[in-house]
Design a protein around this ligand. Structure first.
Ligand code: GLY
Ligand code: MN
Ligand code: MN
Length: 502
C-alpha cells in the first residue's frame, strides 16, 4: 500500500499554531521524520524529503527488472559508529539501502526477491530492529517490524534478532544471490559486518549471512552494487529537485556570508553551517574547509582554527545536505571584501576555466569526465600563461592544479565511485565542476601569486543539449562578490529560519 491520504491530525496543523496544547500526537512513533510526525520536513506522499514512496517502489522494481528470475538482492545497512567510548557519530545509512527504501534506521537489512519474471511477484523484505520500549527510551523511537509494512511498503518484515533463520529461508529458495560482501571476505573468510549484527541480541543460534552463503552450494553469488550504481548515476526529476533545493539554500548561505566580516575561520564555518540549516537543509554534506591565506594550499584543510587577515583570501568548500542528497560548493573571496589586483587576476583565471568547462556539460558534447578534466588542464595552462606564469608543462600545471575537474554528486559527495571517468556524460548525471589553483611559496612562480589558493565549484546537472547550474545563487563574479560584501544581500522572502508546514 502506498500512502497518499492526508490524515486529519496533520491537516489541522497550521503555520501559526505553535503552542503545545495544539500539538496533535500522531497515532504511531517512527525512527525518522515522516509526513505524519514532521510535516514541516516531509510532504504528503513522500517517504523522505522530496522523494515519494512510489518512487522508492519504482526503484526496487527497476532493480528487479535487471536481475534474473529466482534472484535475491540483499543490502546490509550501516550501524552507529562510535568516536570514543559511548560517544557516537551522526548516523550514516548505507546509501544503496537508502536509495532503494528511504530507510534511515541503523542495524537493518533489506532484501528484494524476484521469484519469477512477473514483476508483480517481486517481494520487498525489511529486517529491522523491533520496537523495544527500554531501548527506545535511550536511543529514540523505532519504526518497528509492523511499521515498516505500514509505512515503508515492506511486503514482509522480520525482527533483526531473527535475521539468520529468515535469511536462510530466503537464500534457500533463490538461485542468484546479489550482495556486496566486505572487501577481501568473499566466500572464504568471516565478516565483521555481518557478525556485528549478532551483537544486537543474545540469540546464540544466529550465524552470519556469510556463513549461510558459505554453507550453501549451487548458488551464484555476485555483487549488487554495479546494478544500483548504474541507477544512482542518473538522477530522476525528483532527485534533481532536491539537489537543486540543497544547492540553492547553500548558495544563498554563501552570499549571506560574503556580507559578514568574520575574524576567524571557525566562526565563518559555523555561520555558514547555520545558514544551510536555517535555510532548510538537514546538515552539512561534509566537513567544511575554511582556509585563510596559505592554508588554502592544503586541499583538505579542515582544521578551520586560524584567523582571517584582511589582505588574504579565504577558500571555503562547504555545502548542505537535504533528504540525504549532497550539494558541494567552493568559493574563494577576499576577507576584506575587496580583491587586490593580484587576487583579481588569478581569481579571474580560475573563474574563466570554471565557466568554460560548465558550458561543456551537456550530453551532446559527448565528453567524459576525464576528457573534461584534460580540457580544463589546457584551459588552466592558457589562463596561467596570461597571468605571467610563462610556458608551463603539463607537469607544472598539475603541480598548481593537483586535483580533478570534478566528480559525480548525489547521495554521496563523491557519488557512485564505481562509475568510470571514461564514460561519456549522460543527461541526468550531476557532476561538480571545480578547477583550482594553489600557488606554492616557490621562486618558480610569480611573486604576487605565491601562497594563494583558489577553488570555484558548482554542481551541474547534465542535460541533452543544455545544463543546469544547481548552485547558481552563490555569487562568483568579482563585481558581484564585492558588491554583496559592501552592501549585503536582500534576497526576497529569505527569512532567518525557513519552516514550511506541508
Ligand atoms: N568537498 C569535496 C569535494 O569538493 O570534492
Ligand atoms: Mn567541494
Ligand atoms: Mn567536489
Amino acid at each position: 500500500m502506498l500512502r497518499s491520504k492526508i490524515p486529519s491530525y496533520v491537516t489541522n496543523i497550521t503555520r501559526s499554531v505553535r503552542s503545545y496544547s495544539q500539538r496533535v500526537a500522531p497515532p504511531f512513533t517512527a525512527g525518522q521524520p515522516l509526513f505524519e510526525t514532521r510535516p514541516f520536513m516531509v510532504q504528503p506522499g513522500e517517504l523522505t524529503p522530496g522523494i515519494t514512496a512510489l518512487e522508492y517502489f519504482q526503484r526496487r522494481i527497476d532493480l528487479a527488472s535487471k536481475l534474473p528470475d529466482q534472484s535475491l538482492a540483499v543490502i546490509v545497512g550501516s550501524q552507529v559508529q562510535f568516536a570514543s567510548g559511548s560517544v557516537f557519530y551522526d548516523f550514516q545509512q548505507n546509501n544503496d539501502l537508502y536509495y532503494l527504501s528511504g530507510w534511515n534506521e541503523p542495524d537493518s537489512v533489506i532484501a528484494i526477491e524476484k521469484p519469477t519474471s512477473r514483476l508483480e511477484d517481486v517481494t520487498f523484505h525489511m529486517i529491522v530492529p523491533p520496537k523495544e520500549p527500554l531501548a527506545e527510551q535511550w536511543d529514540g523511537f523505532r519504526t518497528g517490524v509492523k511499521g515498516v509494512v505500514e509505512i515503508f511498503n515492506a511486503d514482509e518484515s522480520e525482527d533483526i534478532y531473527r535475521l539468520a533463520p529468515y535469511m536462510e529461508k530466503l537464500i534457500n529458495r533463490n538461485r542468484n544471490i546479489f550482495i556486496d560482501l566486505p572487501e577481501g571476505t568473499k566466500k572464504q573468510t568471516t565478516s565483521t559486518t555481518f557478525s556485528n549484527f549478532f551483537n544486537i541480541g543474545s540469540n546464540a543460534k544466529m550465524s552470519s549471512i556469510e556463513n549461510l552463503l558459505k554453507s550453501t552450494s549451487g548458488k551464484s553469488i555476485k555483487p549488487l552494487s554495479p546494478y544500483v550504481s548504474e541507477m544512482r548515476l542518473i538522477k530522476s526529476s525528483a532527485e534533481l529537485n532536491v539537489m537543486r533545493r540543497a544547492g540553492q539554500i547553500s548558495g544563498r548561505a554563501y552570499n549571506e556570508t560574503y556580507a559578514k566580516r568574520f575574524k576567524t575561520e571557525r566562526t565563518l564555518k559555523s555561520y555558514l553551517e547555520y545558514r544551510f540549516v536555517s535555510g532548510g537543509c538537514d546538515k552539512s554534506a561534509y566537513i567544511p574547509v575554511v582556509a585563510a591565506g596559505s592554508n588554502a594550499l592544503c586541499i583538505h584543510y579542515t582544521r578551520n582554527d586560524d584567523m582571517l587577515f584582511e589582505d588574504e583570501m579565504v577558500l571555503v568548500d562547504a555545502s548542505g545536505k537535504l533528504g540525504g542528497y549532497a550539494s558541494d560548493i567552493s568559493r574563494t573571496w577576499p576577507s576584506s571584501g575587496k580583491f587586490s589586483l593580484a587576487q583579481k587576476e588569478l581569481y579571474q583565471a580560475v573563474l574563466n576555466v570554471e565557466k568554460e568547462c560548465i558550458t561543456k556539460c551537456t550530453e551532446d558534447h559527448n565528453l567524459s569526465l576525464q576528457e573534461l578534466h584534460d580540457m580544463s588542464v589546457l584551459l588552466m595552462r592558457r589562463e596561467l600563461r596570461n597571468c605571467g606564469f610563462g610556458e608551463l608543462t603539463h607537469r607544472d600545471v598539475s603541480k598548481l592544479y593537483p586535483h580533478y575537474i570534478g566528480h559525480n554528486l548525489g547521495l554521496d559527495v563523491h557519488d557512485v565511485p564505481r562509475s568510470s571517468r571514461n564514460s561519456k556524460l549522460k543527461a541526468g548525471q550531476v557532476i561538480t565542476i571545480e578547477p583550482g589553483v594553489y600557488v606554492p611559496d616557490d621562486h618558480a612562480f610569480p611573486k604576487g601569486f605565491r601562497n594563494i589558493g583558489i577553488r570555484i565549484e558548482d554542481d551541474i546537472a547534465i542535460g541533452k543539449d543544455t545544463y543546469r547550474n544547481l548552485t547558481v545563487e552563490a555569487a562568483k563574479e568579482i563585481e558581484d562578490i564585492e558588491r554583496i560584501a559592501e552592501f549585503g544581500v536582500t534576497t526576497p522572502n529569505l527569512e532567518d529560519e525557513v519552516v514550511e508546514v506541508f
